[in-house]
Design a protein. Structure first.
Length: 363
């Protein structure tokens, strides 16, 4: 699609009302457009048959529908599906569909989960992560975020009722577009997804957590903790130097004061780095202070990175420390392991020596 066209999926109903007013059209036309997009799921403006031909032509001059072309779709034995989508500027992003019986968070609800990306690349440079390897290129627009969900449904015929922002990028570094996308995904005129079925995962951007806490939507929050002390966390997550654990927990107190949802700590177990039983004991204390849940994720090897996953007895011993302290904790034996391990890998394979243009993400 030409770069100058915007995605129709990135417009809120209020945006459409404003756009229609600028084009001498009534509010009613705005409602018709969102119905065609999200309810009737048309793939072209020509199918919007209750709009005049001239209005459809006006729409075509400014917008594309917003479905994303997929470069590659890979599947694993456990029916996890990984999409590689090409954006209008030829950048690539990943989106992963996780089957209902193998869901994020051990959810056995029967809902299919989609793991979406929020940026092209990532600036946060977590040492275990493939997305950080190519650096940060740009934020996704709300249309590109919603487009991942709409396209995944369109291509698979599945109804996606759970979304996790755990793909490429730090979602809270793209707070404006993230918030807009959450609004469109949640709205009854939009995708009508329950806020409780949307989880935003962050490396711990404390001020943005506090801002997100004040948005009146009961979304869920997951923290990529990956270290129970500053000393250990700093080794693998440079963001900890800017927002050490104490500052992060201040922000989490603000979150808890505004939301009724339990926070989840994501903790990737890396051999010899953060998998000691001392770390487990401190993690248990921290989780208890917030009544947080812990997801342990044995590390998946990333080509070009030195880290390894601990053996199963060590994983189990770590879990046992948490369970003994009455923390709700699970080990997520990673799904999709046979197609790719961590976020960012598929794009790196596809692009070879593709280079990111380094710019600063929104703060
Ligand atoms: S783990 Fe998340 S925040 Fe860290 S580099 Fe990867 S995508 Fe970025």
């Amino acid at each position: 699609m030409p770069a100058s066209l915007s995605s129709a999926y990135g417009m809120t109903l209020d945006d459409w009302i404003e756009w229609m007013a600028e084009h001498d059209q009534s509010k009613f036309r705005a409602k018709q457009v969102v119905q065609w997009l999200f309810l009737k799921r048309v793939t072209s403006f020509d199918e919007m048959t209750n709009l005049s031909q001239s209005l459809r032509e006006e729409l075509k001059k400014e917008f594309t529908i917003g479905l994303l072309p997929s470069v590659r779709l890979t599947g694993s034995q456990d029916t996890t599906r990984k999409f590689l989508f090409r954006l209008s500027d030829d950048r690539l992003i990943e989106t992963v569909k996780i089957p209902a019986n193998a869901n994020f968070d051990g959810d056995r609800s029967g809902r299919i989960t989609l793991c979406v990306s929020s940026q092209v690349g990532c600036a946060y440079d977590c040492k275990f992560c493939a997305s950080g390897l190519a650096g940060f290129t740009r934020n996704l627009t709300a249309g590109e975020i919603v487009g991942q969900v709409m396209t995944a449904e369109h291509e698979t015929g599945d109804s996606i009722r759970n979304i996790v922002f755990m793909g490429m990028g730090e979602p809270l570094a793209n707070l404006t577009q993230l918030t807009k996308a959450l609004t469109i995904l949640n709205a009854d005129w939009g995708m009508n997804l329950g806020a409780r079925h949307m989880t935003v995962s962050t490396s711990g951007l404390a001020p943005q957590i506090e801002k997100l806490a004040k948005i009146p939507m009961q979304i869920r929050l997951a923290i990529s903790l990956h270290g129970a002390t500053d000393e250990v966390r700093e080794q693998i997550m440079p963001v900890n130097k800017k927002y050490p654990i104490q500052r992060l927990f201040q922000a989490l107190d603000v979150w808890m004061a505004h939301k009724k949802q339990m926070v989840t700590f994501e903790y990737i177990l890396i051999e010899g780095v953060n998998d000691s039983l001392e770390q487990a004991a401190i993690l248990a204390k921290r989780a208890k202070s917030l009544h947080a849940k812990v997801n342990l994720i044995p590390y998946n090897t990333v080509e070009g990175l030195p880290w390894k996953r601990p053996d199963i007895p060590q994983q189990d011993a770590f879990l046992k420390v948490l369970s003994k302290a009455n923390i709700t904790a699970t080990i997520r034996r990673e799904k999709g392991h046979d197609i790719d391990a961590a976020c960012g890998q598929l794009r790196l394979q596809e692009e070879g020596d593709w280079l990111a243009v380094p710019t600063s993400p929104e703060k």
